[in-house]
Ligand binder design. Structure first.
Ligand SMILES: [Zn+2]
Ligand SMILES: [Zn+2]
Length: 145
């Protein structure tokens, strides 16, 4: 449900944690990396990227668990239901809000990242990056579908 213009409600699996994303998404797409697959227990992560100011926890902030496997990613979930919420990328000043946790956001994927690691090839005509774009420290290399 949209609360304000360009504002989208998000929540965990059980609803104990709620949040709002506001403004313009910086980008959206699919990540095929091993970390996303292992963390999500799924073949691919549908991500939406936001600046940290765009994301506000509105309920259950004390119920959020955080795990840092590396300094690049703070993975957050609801400690009541285990449902995943988002990953903060402090070095990039970006928050990856999983598309599935903001169902009313008009998810428009623009790119596949870490496609070299894919276990679920997707022939959708979108650009397929070997790893990450150059501006995020990757090779910027594109690979064929
Ligand atoms: Zn929950
Ligand atoms: Zn990933």
């Amino acid at each position: 449900m949209s609360v304000l213009e360009n504002s989208y409600q998000g929540q965990c699996f059980c609803g104990a944690v709620e949040f709002v994303v506001t403004g313009e998404s910086v980008g959206a797409g699919y990540c095929h990396c091993e970390s996303c697959r292992s963390w999500s227990a799924g073949p691919v992560n549908a991500f939406t990227l936001w600046s940290p100011e765009s994301v506000t926890i509105t309920k259950g902030e004390n119920l959020i668990g955080v795990y840092n496997k590396t300094e690049r990613s703070s993975r957050k979930w609801c400690t009541v239901c285990g449902g995943h919420l988002m990953t903060e990328h402090p070095l990039w000043s970006l928050v990856d809000v999983y598309a599935a946790s903001i169902p009313d956001f008009p998810f428009t994927p623009g790119v596949h990242v870490n496609y070299a690691a894919t276990v679920l090839p997707m022939k959708d005509g979108l650009p397929k990056m070997h790893d990450f774009p150059k501006e995020l420290g990757g090779s910027g290399e594109l690979i064929a579908e």
